[in-house]
Ligand binder design. Structure first.
Ligand code: DON
Length: 573
């Protein structure tokens, strides 16, 4: 049967190529296509998604295939060992979302991110197996397929199996990580399984262009291909994961895996200047925060202020400051925070109250009433992709392992990297500080709870039709990246590619400082912005946004893959 499907799909793809050329691009002009489009961080994965569209798959089918392909060709963040969120807007007006965020294991405890003396354990948060939450990706993709998919499941997983089994050309961006494993294993043998899975026989690192073959991962993917949800949360994969956990000090058991379920839930809905904004609901803070900021900013004439003028950057910063303070105070897993005031947070009235505290002539200070105490860093590895099919059905999907390559630990014999998402829980009750550590109650660790996320897969719509899909990696900067791409399109009249490429800023309440992408702000704008009372730092690239815009009049889909990402590509046909 599978062989038949494979031959059939190959024939259809070849036919598709003959009838319809494919178009691809990363950079400042969007790529145009009449039928479908996939924009992702890795061209091989975009290609897989586009092929599924060409075989008659819908946007959800293509998203599933792209997600599995990314788990092979973009191991920094593409995954089956992590979790994420999918937001969907059908051409028929149906809107829904899937929450497949990881969960804390059953044996998790509120203080498991601390050492015996109460200090925060960075080991437990980010590096050892206590940092791993119960993975959600496979459950989420299966659920989305059951609800909205059209092609057979096996057909969607098979391209990833092929990429893992036959290999793909090793890319420069994986090289440093792979070589670093050789150092890590010298002090900790847990990384031997990662070396076995990724390096060449004898532990020799790949050179760019050599084929990276992942045979254990191919076997895990085959079990998913053949048995769906149970092919990951039960059987051989579950046994391998649970045994590995118990051998190396992790908490996840077969019971944890058997209990994991993804959830379909309503996305956050807001409006902005006549557009509908659909974005991810809690346990992601993305939707709440992006809608709060848009509500605040609706009160200003941003286009008149001009893109990235000091006046514009000022109100942007003030909106960010306020939304991120709300985020810290109120947002967590809704299953554990039944009284979370989401409706109030995203209301126009609340935004009006927040806007009334903004002084156009000077910066506010971040309200530090929650602040009490120290510690930094938020990783920026995650991945977002957007898909639109021929009918205009639209998927916006962000998923992650948290850090690049998660905790870099591969389940021995199963070939996939584990997430370190437990670091997204607040590590210590009451400890909120200027460096960005948050200790508020809604996001403390509890068994089976989902950790708060910033992932912001978003769809902008009008009159019941999806217009734009957007999202990005970037830890807490994700929300601000999505926000600025949306503003670039709606207020600054940019096409999707320019909107994605334009330089961005980030403020997150605490620390009270705004980061700018280095090299893009003029000296006089910087001086005016500082004169308003803002502190400013410079950084490298902020996120990598992958977007698609649909022109319903012509039917043309415009794709944009952020050139900040090394191998990104929007591919349409
Ligand atoms: O869920 C979150 O918000 C984070 N774990 C995402 C991490 C992230 O974006 C790192 N990447 N770029």
């Amino acid at each position: 049967m599978l062989r038949y499907l494979r031959t059939l799909s190959l024939a259809l793809i070849l036919l598709g190529f003959i009838v319809q050329p494919a178009w691809s691009q990363a950079g400042k002009s969007p790529v145009k296509a009449k039928n479908g489009m996939v924009s992702s961080v890795q061209e091989l994965a975009s290609e897989v998604g586009k092929d599924i569209l060409m075989q008659g798959g819908n946007a959800v089918d293509a998203a599933i295939a792209t997600a599995f392909a990314l788990a092979v060709v973009h191991p920094a963040a593409g995954n089956i060992g992590g979790g994420g969120f999918l937001v969907y807007h059908g051409a028929d007006g149906e809107v829904t979302a899937f929450n497949f965020r990881e969960k804390a294991p059953l044996a998790a405890t509120i203080d498991m991110m601390q050492n015996g003396d109460g200090s925060i354990s960075q080991e437990n948060r980010h590096y050892n197996l206590l940092s791993t939450g119960v993975p959600g990706t496979v459950a989420g993709l299966v659920k989305a397929h059951e609800r909205l998919g059209s092609l057979p499941w096996a057909l969607l997983v098979q391209p990833a199996v092929r990429l893992a089994e036959e290999g793909f050309p090793f890319t420069w961006d994986i090289m440093n990580w792979e070589r670093g494993l050789l150092e890590k294993v010298e002090t900790d043998p847990i990384y031997q399984s990662t070396i076995d899975a990724f390096l060449k026989p004898g532990g020799i690192p790949h050179e760019p262009g050599e084929l990276l073959v992942q045979l254990d991962l191919a076997e895990s993917l085959k079990r998913i291909r053949d048995h769906g949800h149970d092919g990951f949360y039960g059987g051989e994969t579950a046994r391998l994961m649970a045994e590995f956990m118990s051998e190396w000090g992790g908490l996840i058991t077969q019971e944890d895996l058997a209990a994991y379920q993804a959830e379909e839930q309503a996305p956050i809905h807001g409006t902005y200047r006549g557009y509908d904004i659909y974005s991810m609901s809690p346990p992601s803070s993305g939707g709440v925060a992006v809608v709060t900021m848009l509500n605040i900013l609706e009160g200003y004439n941003l286009s008149e202020m001009g893109h990235n003028s000091a006046a514009y950057l000022h109100v942007l910063t003030e909106a960010m400051r306020r939304a991120y303070a709300d985020r810290a105070q109120f947002v967590g897993d809704p299953n554990f925070n039944p009284d979370m005031p989401v409706d109030w947070l995203i209301s126009k009235e609340h935004a009006e109250d927040l806007r009334s505290t903004i002084d156009l002539t000077k910066a506010s200070e971040s309200d530090e009433s929650l602040f009490n105490g120290n510690e930094p860093y938020e990783s920026e590895e995650t991945t977002h992709f957007s898909v639109v099919d021929e009918e205009g059905n639209t998927v916006s999907l962000t998923y992650t392992l948290e850090y690049g390559y998660g905790n870099s630990i591969v389940v021995d014999g199963a070939g996939f990297i584990l997430n370190n998402e437990m670091g997204d829980f607040n590590p210590k009750q009451g400890l909120t500080d200027r460096t960005g550590t948050i200790g508020t109650d809604p996001n403390l660790v509890a068994p089976q709870k989902r950790m708060l996320s910033s992932m912001t897969p978003t769809i902008v719509a009008k009159d019941g039709k999806p217009l734009m899909a957007i999202g990005s990696p970037g830890g807490r900067t994700i929300i601000n990246t999505a926000l600025q791409v949306i503003l670039n399109v709606i207020d600054h009249d940019m096409n999707i590619a320019r909107a994605v490429e334009a330089p961005r800023i980030h403020h997150q309440w605490l620390p009270d400082v705004t980061s700018f992408e280095r090299g893009y702000i003029s000296a006089d704008t910087e001086q005016k912005y500082r004169a308003l009372g803002h502190e400013l730092t410079f950084r490298g690239a902020q996120g990598s946004a992958m977007g698609i815009w649909i022109d319903w009049e012509t039917g043309i889909k415009y794709g944009a893959a952020d050139s900040r990402a090394y191998n990104s590509r929007a591919i349409g046909y």
